[in-house]
Design a protein around this ligand. Structure first.
Ligand code: LAC
Ligand code: ZN
Length: 469
C-alpha cells in the first residue's frame, strides 16, 4: 500500500468510526505496533473501539478497504502475537475495560477484553472471591490478551491456567459476524468445545468483545516460602521434594542463582554470590492447612539440601519476593545487550536434565544461558544472552535454540508452555504439530476467517512454511 493509499484508508476509518476511536499519529502507530517480542514495523492506524459495534465496523472496513487486523491487549506477548506491520490496523481493546459482573453465587465474572488481569483479581478479592490465573505480567496484561494467548503464570501447578477459567467467549469473527459460545453454566458438554478453541488462538479466529470467567472462593490464607540451594539444579530437586511430600503449593517457582543476582541488581538489592538456585513456594488454604503445608514443605526442602529454607518474615517480604519474581523478564532485558527467551515445557521428570542439556548446548556455542520458570508444571524459561555486535553471536544463539528445541521435543515436551507461537515460533511449531493436525488447524482458520483478515501469519504455520520444511 503506497503512502497515498494509506492516507485514504486512515481517512475512511476516521469517517466510519470517528476521531475518538481512530489514532493515526506516527508515534501512536509505532507504540501500538510493538509488543514484547520487539518484532514490528509501523502499522497503518490504531483503532480503539469503545464497543462491539465499532469492532464489527472495523472488520467490515477491513474487507472493503483492504487491510488486515492485529488485535491487541497490553502488548506483553514475547512471541509477537500482537506485533503489527505495514498494511495492518491494530485494534487496541484497552477502552473496552468494564467489569460487567462479579457474581459470588454463580462464581462467575463477565468482563470486557481490556480489563487488566490484576484489576479483576483485586475486584474478586474484595468480594471474597479468587481469580486464580496469574501471569507474571498480571498487573499490566489484559484478560483479553491472557485468553487470546492462553496465558499460564505463577499459580498453574495447583489451579491451572487461563484456559481452565474461561466459560464463555463472545467474539467478532473474520466476516464481521458474532460468535457467542459458552456462558455461566460451570459445566457444559454440548457440541464441540469452541470456547476452548478460542483460547490461545492469538487473535487469529476472532476479536473478543466479552469473556465469561470462572471464579473460586478466596482461600483464607497463603504463605510464601523461600529456599536457597548451593547447586544449580537444587531448586528443581526441591520442587520435586515438596510434591513428593504430598503438598500441592499454588506456586513453585525456580530460578538460577544468576537470575536471582540479575533481579537483585535490578531492584537495587545485594546479591548472594554463593547462590546456585532459589525456589519460591506459596501454599494456601484455610489458616491451619496453609500453616501445616508450609511446615511440611519446609521439612521437604531442607531434606532436599536447601541451605536456607524459611517463611517470608512478613507481608512486606512476601510482596518483595513476588515483585522480584515478576521482574525477571524486564531485569534480564536490562542486564544484556540482547536476549532471546524461550518458553519450553517438558514432562516433570525431565525438567532438571532438560535444563542441563540446554545449558551444555549453550556452553558448546559460547552462549550464556540462564534459566527460571514454573517448576511445578515444568514450564521452563531459558534466556540466551548475547551481544549482537559480536560477529557470529546471532548464529550461535540460533543454533543453541535449535538444540534446545531438540531437547524438549525428544523429551516429549513442547516448544511453548504459555507464551504461544506468535511470529517467533512458527518454525519451531512446525516441528511440533503434525501435518495432519496442521491441516485441521488451517481448516478451522478458514471457517472462522475465510478471507484471512484476522492477525494473518501468526500462531499456525502457513502451508508455504510446511512445504519449505
Ligand atoms: C514469566 C513470564 C516470562 O514467567 O512468563 O516471568
Ligand atoms: Zn512464565
Amino acid at each position: 500500500m503506497d503512502a497515498a493509499a494509506a492516507d485514504r484508508v486512515r481517512a475512511a476509518l476516521v469517517e466510519r468510526l470517528g476521531r475518538e476511536s481512530v489514532v493515526v499519529s506516527p508515534e501512536d502507530r509505532r507504540l501500538a505496533s510493538a509488543d514484547a517480542s520487539r518484532m514490528f514495523t509501523d502499522c497503518l492506524a490504531v483503532v480503539r473501539p469503545k464497543d462491539e459495534g465499532e469492532v464489527v465496523a472495523l472488520v467490515k472496513a477491513a474487507h472493503e478497504l483492504g487491510f488486515t487486523i492485529v488485535p491487541r491487549g497490553a502488548g506483553t506477548s514475547p512471541t509477537g502475537s500482537a506485533a503489527a506491520g505495514a498494511g495492518q490496523v491494530v485494534v487496541d481493546l484497552s477502552r473496552m475495560d468494564r467489569i460487567l459482573a462479579v457474581d459470588a453465587r454463580d462464581l462467575v465474572a463477565e468482563v470486557e477484553p481490556g480489563v487488566l488481569c490484576g484489576a479483576l483479581q483485586a475486584r474478586c478479592e474484595e468480594a471474597g472471591l479468587f481469580y486464580p490465573p496469574d501471569p507474571a505480567s498480571s498487573r499490566v496484561s489484559t484478560l483479553g490478551g491472557n485468553v487470546a494467548t492462553g496465558a499460564g503464570g505463577l499459580r498453574a501447578v495447583k489451579y491451572g491456567v487461563t484456559r481452565d477459567y474461561v466459560l464463555g467467549v463472545r467474539a467478532v469473527l473474520g466476516d464481521g459476524s458474532i460468535l457467542d459460545v459458552g456462558g455461566r453454566a460451570l459445566k457444559s458438554v454440548v457440541g464441540y468445545d469452541l470456547v476452548r478453541l478460542m483460547v490461545g488462538s492469538e487473535g487469529t479466529l476472532g476479536i473478543f468483545t466479552k469473556l465469561t470467567l470462572k471464579l473460586l472462593p478466596k482461600p483464607e490464607s497463603a504463605e510464601t516460602l523461600v529456599a536457597d540451594f548451593a547447586a544449580v539444579d537444587g531448586a528443581y530437586r526441591g520442587a520435586d521434594a515438596v510434591l513428593a511430600a504430598g503438598v500441592l503449593p499454588r506456586a513453585l517457582e525456580a530460578m538460577d542463582g544468576e537470575v536471582a543476582a540479575i533481579v537483585a541488581d535490578y531492584l537495587g538489592e545485594a546479591a548472594d554470590p554463593t547462590l546456585g538456585s532459589r525456589l519460591l513456594v506459596e501454599v494456601d488454604g484455610d489458616r491451619e492447612a496453609a500453616a501445616r503445608d508450609a511446615d511440611r514443605a519446609l521439612a521437604a526442602l531442607k531434606a532436599a539440601g536447601a541451605t536456607n529454607a524459611r517463611r517470608a518474615a512478613d507481608p512486606a517480604e512476601r510482596e518483595k519476593l513476588w515483585r522480584g519474581r515478576r521482574s525477571i523478564s524486564p531485569a534480564v532485558y536490562r542486564a544484556s545487550p540482547a536476549k532471546k527467551s524461550e518458553d519450553l515445557g517438558v514432562p516433570r521428570s525431565k525438567l532438571g536434565e532438560a535444563v542441563a542439556a540446554i545449558k551444555a548446548a549453550g556452553r558448546a556455542e559460547g552462549v550464556r544461558v540462564i534459566a527460571y520458570g514454573h517448576a511445578g508444571d515444568a514450564n521452563l524459561h531459558v534466556n540466551f544472552l548475547y551481544d549482537p555486535a559480536q560477529s557470529g553471536a546471532k548464529e550461535r544463539v540460533a543454533r543453541t535454540i535449535d538444540r534446545a528445541m531438540d531437547v524438549v521435543l525428544a523429551a516429549g515436551g513442547t516448544i511453548s508452555g504459555e507464551h504461544g507461537v506468535g511470529l517467533k515460533k512458527l518454525a519451531a511449531a512446525r516441528r511440533e504439530i503434525s501435518p495432519a493436525a496442521l491441516a485441521i488447524m488451517r481448516g478451522v482458520k478458514n471457517l472462522f476467517d475465510p478471507r484471512g483478515v484476522l492477525n494473518p501469519g501468526k500462531a499456525v504455520p502457513a502451508e508455504e512454511d510446511l512445504c519449505a520444511s
